[in-house]
Design a protein around this ligand. Structure first.
Ligand SMILES: C[S@@+](CC[C@H](N)C(=O)[O-])C[C@H]1O[C@@H](n2cnc3c(N)ncnc32)[C@H](O)[C@@H]1O
Length: 300
């Protein structure tokens, strides 16, 4: 038994030294990711792409990138594996309370405006969308701050839609279980209210409480789709640290589709390095990296 294990691990090591990603294969991957996800991987990311896919090749028992790509990109059976390929090559870094000034702006400035607007139109529900939500931290942060702000406002409800293209990130988001150190940015007072600690202290895990999980709906959605197919108009869209991976043309089209999806006077929050400067859009800047759709009646 032990002998076989040693044999296997030696085989894998020699594979990992032997397999290398050729330029033509890299170009196929770059073309696929650009078309499918809108992300421009540069040829300088050769080592990164090679490294990220190597483990997957081993898991599936492939000993060349060429045969793996042939299966994934050229056969109908490879369709499901494309999800793993996308997963391996997207960047999913996120945090609770990332760029916290946005959550303060949402509660102190945007929310009163939206509530005023909704009161006059009779709308009782706020629709919020975390687009490119990764493993859910942004969506749950929104749920915590909105619940804190609105729990005493009788009759006003909110719901959050959180979407991403990465299956593994969405799986984590849905279970809502995180290593305890991840919640350091969450203020202590609200940790106690919304988070559950694992009964087994050795695990050092936390889970979002059911009251919060119920407010967030996770779904798979590729932002490159021409039509988002969402029934509800959004009051607020957070799409932060996603646009940075797209070229100007893709970014502009996406912003125009976000604008359509927003109610008049609705807000779009983008990441700190994702200004809409130079893009053809009617969205108006109202605070750093926060934009508002005109109401059509002279709102700046
Ligand atoms: C760096 S994370 C940002 C997460 C979160 N918004 C934040 O700011 O912390 C970028 C996310 O965008 C997602 N993404 C990239 N391209 C996408 C696309 N075409 N459609 C949907 N999601 C996409 C990735 O899977 C990843 O989870």
């Amino acid at each position: 038994m032990r002998w076989w294990k040693v044999q296997n691990s030696q085989a894998i090591r020699s594979n990992s030294n032997g397999i290398s990603l050729q330029k033509a294969e890299l170009n196929r991957i770059i073309g696929f990711i650009d078309k499918e996800v809108g992300i421009q991987l540069s040829a300088s990311k050769h080592t990164l792409v090679e490294g990220r896919l190597r483990r997957r090749l081993h898991q599936l028992g492939y000993n060349s990138y060429k045969t793996y790509l042939k299966f994934v990109l050229d056969t109908p059976e490879g369709r499901h594996e494309r999800l793993h390929l996308v997963d391996a090559l997207t960047t999913n870094k996120t945090d609770f309370f990332r760029e916290p000034v946005h959550f303060k702006y949402l509660v102190d400035d945007a929310l009163p405006e939206l509530m005023k607007q909704n009161k006059s139109s009779g709308r009782r529900e706020l629709h919020v969308w975390s687009a490119g939500c990764s493993s859910g931290e942004e969506a749950y942060t929104l749920a915590m701050v909105l619940n804190e702000a609105l729990e005493k406002s009788v009759g006003i409800r909110f719901n959050i839609l959180a979407t991403d293209i990465s299956k593994s990130s969405l799986d984590t988001a849905k279970t809502a279980v995180y290593p305890e150190h991840r919640i350091e940015p969450v203020p202590l007072s609200i940790r106690k209210k919304y988070l559950l600690r694992s009964r087994n202290p050795a695990e050092a895990l936390v889970q979002m409480g059911p009251n919060l999980r119920d407010r967030v709906r996770f779904a798979s959605l590729n932002l490159m789709n021409r039509n988002f197919n969402l029934t509800e108009k959004m009051d607020v869209i957070f799409c932060r640290n996603v646009l940075i991976y797209f070229n100007t043309e893709t970014r502009e089209k996406l912003i125009q589709r976000f604008e359509k999806q927003l109610v008049p006077g609705g807000y779009l929050f983008v990441g700190h390095s994702e200004s809409l400067n130079g893009l053809d859009t009617d969205m108006r800047p109202v605070s750093p990296m926060v934009y508002r759709k005109p109401t059509g009646s002279g709102i700046q």
